[in-house]
Design a protein around this ligand. Structure first.
Ligand code: AIR
Length: 176
């Protein structure tokens, strides 16, 4: 089974290599203290051979850096993670038309960052996942990338099949 209408790259290994080199996810975190969640997302993305960069950039502490990173034309999908008053995903979304996945980090009440990420004003969407939900953020990023890079579709099918075998008992499948 595959997405209808796609093709080409799967049958050409050189094209696949070129596309893999071109795709990029940027993970922005509000603080170094958010790094374990960023690394969990990077590990999952690496299983799909998706290149990832992690940057510490805070909407409140280093807004110029957020501004610069949000304008990077080579980033396909942003994952932005922050705790407390988590403005980072919205700050990125305000500066780019690329999709932004927001991960509220559970540092304070939990509800503080969750609502900061989910309750975006109309017109500036952020795809919010659950508290500390690094895995879902990574998988959602791969699903978005698969619309542009069809070689990811087979990897998603493989992941889902493995997950169906293992997940009912133990959550997400172990890294290969
Ligand atoms: N944060 C940093 N700048 C703005 C916000 N909301 C968040 C970080 C981190 C939390 O504040 O994302 O989750 C605490 O940061 P620190 O550096 O004190 O550990």
């Amino acid at each position: 089974m595959s997405y209808g209408g796609f093709g080409g790259a799967d049958s050409n290994p050189y094209a696949e290599r070129r596309l893999a080199a071109a795709m990029k996810v940027a993970i922005l975190i509000g603080s170094k203290s958010d790094m374990p969640t960023a690394e969990a997302a990077r590990n999952r993305l690496s299983e799909f051979q998706v290149p990832v960069e992690i940057h510490v950039a805070s909407a409140h502490r280093t807004p110029e850096k957020v501004d610069r990173l949000a304008h990077d034309p080579e980033t396909d999908v942003f994952i932005a993670m922050a705790g407390l008053s988590a403005a980072l995903p919205g700050a990125v979304a305000a500066r780019t038309l690329r999709p932004v996945i927001g991960v509220p980090i559970h540092k304070g009440l939990g509800l503080d960052s969750l609502l900061s990420v989910v309750q975006m004003p109309p017109g500036v969407p952020v795809a919010a996942v659950g508290l500390d939900a690094a895995d879902n953020a990574a998988l959602l990023a791969v699903e978005m990338l698969a619309l542009k890079y069809p070689e990811l579709v087979d990897r998603l099918h493989g992941y889902r099949a493995k997950w169906r075998e293992e997940a009912p008992a133990s959550g997400a499948p172990e890294k290969k």
